[in-house]
Structures are given as C-alpha cells and as structure tokens.
Design a protein around this ligand. Structure first.
Ligand code: ADP
Ligand code: MG
Length: 146
C-alpha cells in the first residue's frame, strides 16, 4: 500500500541559473509519463520549481528528491546554505531577502514558499541557520490507481 513506486534525486548547484528549472521540468515529465492526474502533476511541478529556485538563489548546493507512492507524491528539497532565521516570516507573501541583482532576473517576489504551501497538501520547513534548509511537501493523488 505504501510502497515506493518511483524515486529520483537531482543535484542542484547554487547560482546555476543556466540550469534553473531543469529538475522540476524533469519531475513534471516523469509524473506525466506515469499517467498521474494532471492537477497533481501541475501542483507538484509548481511547488518543485519554487523549491529548486530557492536552492539556486539562496544556497550553496542541494538536492531535490522525488518520491512517488500510490497515494501521494513527496518532494524533499534539502540544501547546504544560510538557512532561514525566521520561517514564519519567510512564509509571508511578499517577504523576500533577494538582493537587487536577483530581482533584476525576475526572482524575489516573495511568493515562492506561499506558492508551495498553496499547491501542497502538506508542507514542512526545517532549517538550521548557518547550515541549511529542508523543505518537504506532499501532494495527495486522488482515487489513486497506478
Ligand atoms: N533554501 C533557502 N535557503 C535560505 N533562505 C531561503 C530559502 N528558501 C527561502 N529562503 C528565504 O525565504 C524568503 C522567502 O522565500 P520565497 O517565498 O521563495 O520568496 P523569494 O524567493 O521570492 O524571496 C527568501 O527571500 C529567503 O530569505
Ligand atoms: Mg523563492
């Protein structure tokens, strides 16, 4: 019932904007190929993209881990980086510490974490300032038949 159907790990390099979004696009394609509900695919892709870009913008490096179970998709984004001092504040819509050069690239609207929360059924953010951050979210698969 809870056996894992598929898993894949993506290495994400901080500041590597050139490849930014590749892991989440790959996740989207993998879930589509598995025949998952299109809303589940869309929500997972959006949340994964935000988590991936946060590693690229803020962290040294990290990983995006995709795990597909019969009843849910789970994504873990774990990084080595500055961490988040105040997670509650970081969750607020519009809150961003992105510097001007990052804003010029179109990031830093402060909607990433709220967007993950909106698209996920469950979200857990764990962070140790100075060490790194772990963002875990799950998206339920309705009427799961795989
Ligand atoms: N992986 C991370 N490592 C360190 N800080 C992060 C990370 N993800 C988010 N943050 C912090 O949380 C804030 C809000 O993130 P988010 O909602 O994605 O908005 P934005 O990326 O546009 O700033 C960021 O500005 C940053 O301060
Ligand atoms: Mg962001």
């Amino acid at each position: 019932m809870n056996e894992i159907l598929y898993t894949r790990t993506y290495q994400i390099q901080g500041r590597d904007f050139e490849h930014g979004g590749e892991a989440s696009s790959d996740i989207k394609e993998a879930l589509k190929k598995m025949g998952l509900n299109s809303q589940v695919v869309k929500r997972t892709a959006i949340a994964s993209y935000e988590a991936e870009m946060n590693i690229i913008v803020y962290a040294e490096n990290g990983e995006l881990i995709l795990e597909v179970f019969p009843h849910m998709v789970k994504v873990t984004a774990i990084d080595r980086g500055p961490g988040i001092e105040d997670v509650e504040l970081a969750m607020k819509e519009g809150y961003s510490t992105a510097p001007p050069e990052i804003r010029e690239m179109g990031f830093g609207s402060g909607m990433g974490l709220p967007n993950i929360k909106r698209n996920a059924d469950r979200l857990v953010i764990e962070s140790i300032p100075g060490k790194g951050t772990k963002v875990t979210f799950e998206i339920d698969i309705p009427n799961a038949v795989l």
